[in-house]
Design a binder for this molecule. Structure first.
Ligand SMILES: *[C@@H]1O[C@H](CO)[C@@H](O)[C@H](O)[C@H]1NC(C)=O
Ligand SMILES: *[C@@H]1O[C@H](CO)[C@@H](O)[C@H](O)[C@H]1NC(C)=O
Ligand SMILES: *[C@@H]1O[C@H](CO)[C@@H](O)[C@H](O)[C@H]1NC(C)=O
Length: 499
């Protein structure tokens, strides 16, 4: 790649520029999401694909065939076949198989084509005759290889490479004209039609396969979540194809909208356990959840003001200086009969871990308590440091991952006090109630909006199951385990519409 001058010396600067432009093959981005399409998934896709291909092949247009042939004892017979159109076409047997390392094999067998056309002949210089004919093609086999790759935007692409079509039997039935003529013709007309059809089929199969690319281009490589975040779902490597499945490795990383800054941690490699009973598996690594924590924390979105109106009216605990004055007399002395406001915010990004059947989120932050002065100014009373643990339940709703959290527990310690020394422990129950009654419902309200999953076209996931699993990390030098959420989509309940 280096530029060499006439004396054969390489120019180092140019070399360096070239090297910088090349991606470092030793640096690989591990995916945050893996999608596996099994043989069952392929079979489902085949049903849709074959129906489409059948329509496509019906559009075969066969050009007129003309020529002349010596037929004894008459001599030269000029013939022309015209107006040929397909009357029926069936693809009763088809299969899609996986070709490890390459792609997908398409095999169609026992297909048939019926067509109708007109024949014209001229012989002995002036005698003309014409009529119609029906052609039945049987035992048609088509074999094509579909390679699966990724485009420059990180979306999947497919293309056909290699296609063969061969016709088993051809039978022509002539209508009109003199029957002695038919016998003379049949064999070479059959041969011509067979060749013509065989040449027409593969280009149409090729087009039919390429026609799916606009669908694949609809992969939401940048899925907007809300005003703060988007998730990148581009493919980080070309798809890998084994005997059992096609696996797509997607980035699965949250970013602040418009500014893609990498977090100080990276995605560990992970592998989905091989499973084949469903059409589609999606594995989300805990890296994805942690990248979300990084993004929202950085955007300052992980903070919440808690006011008395957020505490249900049935609660005996009110957010006022009277309540807190019971524990910290200084408060009721200096700020009598005032409402209070709390500010809860994270100080570092929350850490999400996936345990079998349990998602746990560990958050560290501060809780600042204010008295609301009569002129609405907030007067800080104290700041507590908090460590909270919540666990989550997640499920799939449409094409979104939706969740809800519950509080496992939290620890508090005094950070700063503006109202003198006081014991934190007696306040624990009050804050537990505030968290359960005001904070968690608010967070859950947000989580109900859900996070978009990778999707293509008008795909829909129905009645999917979700499991949280521990999976072994791929690299042997890290004995650690990586966790993931696994979406398990039952074959009968997966719907994709390709329009
Ligand atoms: C999350 O916590 C685990 C265990 O406490 C730790 O090993 C990991 O480094 C933490 N991850 C982040 C992103 O802070
Ligand atoms: C999830 O794990 C956390 C922390 O280990 C625990 O406190 C909580 O009870 C667990 N939840 C469930 C539903 O198992
Ligand atoms: C509100 O009242 C407090 C105490 O009386 C005072 O210190 C503060 O400056 C006032 N703020 C405004 C905006 O008037």
């Amino acid at each position: 790649m280096c530029v060499t001058d006439s004396a054969g010396n390489t120019m180092p600067l140019w070399c360096l520029l070239v090297l910088l432009a090349l991606p470092d093959p030793t640096v690989t981005t591990n995916p945050g999401v893996k999608v596996q399409i099994t043989q069952q998934g392929l079979d489902y896709g085949r049903q849709i694909g074959i129906a489409y291909l059948q329509e496509k092949l019906k559009s075969i247009s066969i050009p007129d065939i003309s020529g002349s042939e010596k037929v004894s004892p008459i001599g030269k017979v000029e013939y022309r076949l015209s107006g040929m159109r397909i009357t029926d076409l069936g693809l009763p047997q088809s299969s899609l198989g996986l070709v490890p390392g390459t792609g997908i094999s398409l095999s169609i067998g026992n297909a048939f084509i019926n067509l109708h056309g007109d024949w014209h002949v001229k012989y002995l210089k002036f005698i003309k005759d014409s009529g119609s004919f029906d052609l039945a093609v049987s035992g048609l086999t088509i074999k094509a290889t579909i390679s699966v790759g990724r485009d420059e935007t990180g979306r999947p692409t497919i293309s056909s490479n290699g296609c063969t079509a061969s016709v088993g039997g051809v039978r022509v039935k002539f209508h009109g004209g003199a029957s002695w003529l038919y016998n003379l013709f049949t064999s070479f007309i059959e041969k011509q039609l067979r060749r013509s059809l065989e040449q027409k089929i593969c280009p149409l199969v090729h087009d039919g396969i390429s026609d799916l690319n606009p669908q694949l281009k609809t992969l939401n490589v940048l899925a907007k979540v809300d005003k703060y975040a988007e998730i990148e779902y581009s493919m980080v490597t070309p798809p890998s194809i084994s005997n059992f499945l096609i696996e797509l490795s997607l980035k699965g990383e949250f970013y602040n909208i418009g500014q893609h800054q990498e977090p100080p941690f990276s995605a560990p490699p992970f592998s989905l356990p091989p499973q084949t009973s469903s059409m589609l598996y999606i594995g989300l690594s805990s890296f994805m959840a942690n990248s979300a924590g990084f993004v929202y924390n950085r955007a300052g979105a992980l903070s919440l003001y808690i006011t008395d109106d957020m505490v249900p009216s049935s609660s005996p605990i009110r957010l006022n200086t009277k309540t807190f004055g019971v524990f910290i007399p200084e408060i009721s002395k200096r700020f009598p009969d005032m409402m209070m406001k709390l500010l809860l915010k994270t100080s570092t990004q929350p850490n999400v871990t996936f345990e079998p059947n349990n998602v746990t989120l560990q958050a560290t932050g501060t809780l600042t308590a204010y008295a609301i002065l009569p002129n609405t100014t907030l007067e800080p009373l104290f700041i507590l440091n908090m460590d909270a643990s919540v666990s989550g339940n997640f499920y799939i709703s449409g094409l979104k991952l939706v969740g809800s959290l519950q509080l496992n527990g939290f620890d508090m310690s005094l950070g700063t006090s503006y109202v003198g020394e006081f014991q934190v422990k007696p306040l624990h129950n009050i804050f537990m109630l505030v968290m359960k009654l005001a904070v968690i419902p608010k967070v859950n309200e947000y989580l109900q909006q859900g996070f978009p999953l990778p999707a293509i076209g008008r795909m829909n996931l129905i009645n999917s199951k979700l499991q949280v699993q521990k999976v072994r990390l791929v690299t042997p030098q890290k004995p650690d385990k990586c966790s993931m959420l696994k979406l398990h989509l039952c074959s009968s309940l997966f719907q994709a519409v390709i329009s």
